[in-house]
Design a binder for this molecule. Structure first.
Ligand code: 8YV
Length: 317
């Protein structure tokens, strides 16, 4: 009988319908997040552990990496990896893998859901009908804002940004983007300054990576450049937007609306946002479909299997 390899599991895999069962079947997971004294647990159990399994939310710190003397691979469930200390991993020649591509379409779909829901007041309309206000109150349900044919600005034209942009063409929108550097392989207009992109755009969709390099990239100045008719959608990472400035601009009528799947201090959502009808709030569900979550798990297990069989991962970061 072959023994199942021990892997360190940093956080729960609760967002996947099958990943935990599959992990338990093929490996012996050491469930770090359930331990009170994590340092003692790592010191006691860490020797001989060659792989870590984690998620974009749980990440993997330098403390964990350096507490595992035999560590060679970190396989994460999720595309974002700003919570993994990649520098510390590289310094120890530890491979890091994520789950790119398989979630691109679902995250892009959700960005569009948020854009349409915010502009056309879909969630507000649903609340209105459920509250039996239709036909009961004086006046009419407030008008929304047109989406088709408008100007779409993408912050971060990576895989997901591009999928959002492509969908924009189907809505007859003009599309421009802001990246650190202009891409030579796309025809979309490039704005070297994010403020100029925001000034031009009707809808600004944030699709860039998280981490220190993009923290508060969408600043008060950017938000105000988008203006009282403009709307912002964020399916990337909460801290990319200065959330205090966002709440302030919405309260002051300096921004038209916001559709948010991610928050600066999630799962905490500013109470002020919950009172606003021009804001749509979601609990970080960009990749949360059965199909995509299953494919993300497949990629994690492909990486683990490949690592244990060949010493290489399939989707390195
Ligand atoms: C995950 C995500 O749901 O892939 C990512 O980077 O943000 C989401 O798809 C989640 O964060 C995984 O922990």
């Amino acid at each position: 009988m072959t023994t199942k390899p021990r892997v360190l599991q940093v956080g729960p895999l609760a967002g996947s319908p099958t990943a935990q069962d599959r992990l338990n079947a093929e490996y012996t997971p050491l469930e770090l997040w359930k331990e009170q004294d994590k340092a003692a647990f790592l010191a006691r159990e860490g020797k001989g552990v060659r792989a870590v399994v984690t998620t974009a939310t749980a990440g993997c710190s330098a403390e964990i990496i350096n507490a595992l003397p035999d560590l060679q691979a970190i396989c994460s469930w999720g595309v974002g990896y700003e919570t993994i200390d990649v520098e510390a991993a590289r310094a120890r020649n530890v491979l890091v893998s994520n789950t790119p591509d398989v979630l691109t379409d679902c995250v892009a779909d959700l960005a569009w859901g948020l854009m349409l829901a915010t502009a056309r007041r879909i969630a507000q309309g649903d609340r209105y009908v459920r509250a039996n206000q239709w036909g009961q109150v004086h006046g009419i349900f407030p008008l929304g804002t047109r989406v088709s044919g408008k100007k779409l600005g993408i912050v971060g034209l990576g895989r997901i940004g591009e999928a959002i942009a492509r969908r924009g063409l189907g809505f007859d929108m003009q599309v421009r983007y802001h990246n650190r550097r202009q891409r030579q392989d796309v025809d979309y207009g490039y704005e070297a300054s994010l403020v100029s992109l925001a000034r031009w755009a009707d809808y600004l969709v944030v699709a860039t990576v998280g981490g220190p390099a993009t923290r508060h990239l969408v600043s008060r100045e950017v938000i105000e450049a988008l203006g009282p008719e403009g709307m912002i959608v964020n399916i990337a990472r909460g801290p990319v937007i200065d959330e205090t400035a966002l709440v302030q601009a919405l309260s002051d009528g300096k921004l038209g609306g916001a559709g948010l799947d991610v928050f600066e201090f999630e799962p905490k959502v500013p109470d002020a946002l919950k009172q606003m009808d021009n804001v749509v709030l979601l609990p970080h569900i960009g990749s949360a479909t059965y199909e995509t979550r299953e494919e993300m798990a497949n990629v994690v297990f492909d990486n683990l299997r490949s690592f244990f069989e060949t010493g290489k991962v399939v989707t390195p970061v």
